[in-house]
Design a protein around this ligand. Structure first.
Ligand SMILES: [Zn+2]
Length: 394
């Protein structure tokens, strides 16, 4: 599955907005320059797949094998699914990279994979090619695996069994993703076509996400019907996928709206100038009582003789034992202003938002060169967005 806008879904859980579909991500390595991560939900799903293959599918399709062998086949099947999803997402990412779309990484989560895309594709044609690349890869992989399964037939039943299972699974992967339900691949194809004919990304996204949400609703209904028909587990899966799809459709549309509204707006416009600063020689005791407990901010710019020296966060203070707060100073625990906690006043508001999402820091130091220009908070950005949506509509 490919909400390549997954970046928003992923990051929003930390900055406290949007749908919190993703849990914790574990980085496991990188492939062709793309960072590969596993969402905690995938660990659960991998165990579930291994188990259902080992005790359900393989024994019923291929009887009379050693029970231990079924578990080996189950693990191989789950690993193969893992690899198939990575290759599917990798093809989206490779085409995206060719069009200059920033790909932050690939995350495997409960319903498949997500290539995390930094921007929308530049043109409808780029969107179309990026979207179609994944299903094409899955069809090619599926056909190759089925071919291999044919070749090994009669040689070793377990190998043939796993190869054919994965072959069909890749066709299912391609077919499911080709549903015209945005943000699935098929929905992106639909969006690309609408975008091209209307020449309006926002309107194209609105229509295709409505179609996506409608598909989600149909899946939930099918799931409910299946539960009433006695298929509890299958029905719950349908309903869960439907709910995911509705959330993702709505979220992806919101993301496009936010990007349109913040496009070309400099950080300078939203920052609070003249923020309260704290001097390096202030004790941590004073910092806690006169700053953190007084105006409840979690970060203050630190100055040393009028010059910006970094910033101090509540986390840094928490790391120091309470008994030492009287003796230690802000200078001891301040961190320098880096790209991870500060940005230039002229940078894009979208860059600020994605920095907040990526780091989970909702209050950033704004610089003008190396001078302190102000402080930017997520709250101020969101208030601007709310006002703009109320005035201009979404
Ligand atoms: Zn895909």
């Amino acid at each position: 599955m490919t909400d390549r806008n997954g970046r928003r879904l992923d990051d929003s859980t930390r900055a406290g907005q949007g749908t919190a579909i993703f849990g914790r991500r574990y980085r496991v390595g990188s492939i062709l320059g793309f960072e590969l991560a596993i969402d905690s939900s995938w660990i659960f799903i991998a165990l579930l797949i291994t188990w259902s293959l080992a005790v359900g599918y393989f024994p019923s399709e291929y009887g009379n094998l050693d029970p231990a062998l079924y578990w080996v086949m189950g693990v191989a099947g789950a690993a193969g699914l893992f690899g198939s999803i990575i290759l599917h997402e990798l093809s989206h990412s490779l085409v995206g990279r060719r069009y200059g779309v920033e790909i932050r990484g690939i995350t495997l989560f409960i319903f498949g994979g997500v290539a995390q895309m930094g921007d929308e594709p530049p043109t409808p044609q780029a969107e179309l090619r990026m979207a179609i690349a994944g299903p094409i890869a899955s069809v090619v992989i599926g056909a190759s695996l089925l071919g291999l399964g044919r070749l090994t037939a009669g040689l070793a039943v377990p190998v043939t069994a796993v190869l054919s299972f994965l072959g069909y699974l890749n066709f299912v992967l391609a077919g499911f993703n080709l549903l015209p339900a945005y943000p699935l691949d098929g929905g992106r194809v639909l969006r690309a076509i609408l975008w091209r004919s209307r020449n309006d990304l926002r309107s194209a996204t609105r229509t295709s996400s409505q179609v996506g949400a409608a598909f989600g609703f149909v899946m939930i209904m099918l799931g409910v019907l299946a539960v009433f028909a006695g298929d509890l587990v299958g029905g719950m899966w349908w309903a869960l996928i439907g709910m995911f799809l509705r959330g993702a459709a709505r979220g992806s549309y919101q993301q496009v709206v936010v990007k349109e509204l913040l496009k070309r707006e400099p950080v300078r416009r939203f920052m609070r100038t003249d923020p309260r600063t704290v001097s390096t020689d202030t004790t941590l005791d004073a910092l806690v009582n006169d700053y953190f407990y007084r105006d409840y901010h979690k970060m203050y710019p630190v100055v040393d003789g009028g010059r910006l020296a970094g910033c101090v966060t509540i986390d840094r203070v928490r790391a120091v034992p309470r008994e030492a707060w009287g003796a230690r100073t802000v200078g001891d625990v301040a961190v320098p202003c880096t790209e991870q906690n500060s940005l230039q006043a002229d940078s894009d508001a979208i860059a600020a938002l994605s920095l907040m999402r990526r780091t989970g820091i909702s209050r950033l130091v704004v610089l003008d060169g190396d001078r302190l220009a102000g402080v930017l908070t997520l709250k101020d950005l969101l208030q601007f967005l709310t006002a703009k949506i109320e005035l201009e509509g979404a």
